[in-house]
Design a protein around this ligand. Sequence first.
Ligand code: C5P
Length: 218
Amino acid sequence: MASVSVLIPAAGRGARLGRGPKALVRVAGRTLLEWTLEAFVWADEVRVALPPGLPAPQPAANVSFIEGGAERQDSVARLLKGAGGDVVLVHDAARPFVARAVIERLLEAVTLYGAAVPVLPLPDTLIEPEEGRYGVALERSRYALVQTPQAFFREVLGEAHELARARGLTATDEAQLVRALGYPVELVKGDPRMFKVTYPEDLALAEALAQTWPGGGG
Ligand code: C5P
């Protein structure tokens, strides 16, 4: 069985949420980071990037903390530097609910293909607004929403980050960088409960879900 390092960029300022560093916002009595860490107790190691100047939370058995970088990609690059697993899972702390079935799909696919991410179909009609008005409708079935965790052979992600540095590429997730390397990224089925807490309204949804989530909160 391949060893697994989980990398958690949690160094964002949470500007859109407006409640301070997002990873430390509480849902049903626990921080988003605590909810996330609970999903990865099985991993060989978990490395978390926190905003600079923040006191690191109590260390747990398999968890270590570092200072994040200016952008998400910088935070992941720093996390990757010290990672030792054969496989790395990169997961946003802003997604507190991590479904076990998705992890299993990812670990199976990454072993076969070297890179795998969870995706969801679009539930809504997708358009390109034209100056604030309804514009061209895109063919919804041709698009997908991308979630985290994203799984890679550590060496593949390392190479992708090196390429990004050399070419000055920036991306909102790791799979884009791995694809830029010319490496195929396998898609597995995601889970809508793994949504990203972004806006204040998302907290009410997270509170509700926390009441029934495995492990429980409320
Ligand atoms: O801003 P967004 O929600 O896309 O951020 C995704 C994740 O990246 C969050 O978990 C956030 O804490 C993290 N991040 C980071 N370092 C930064 C900016 C964001 O670790 N400099």
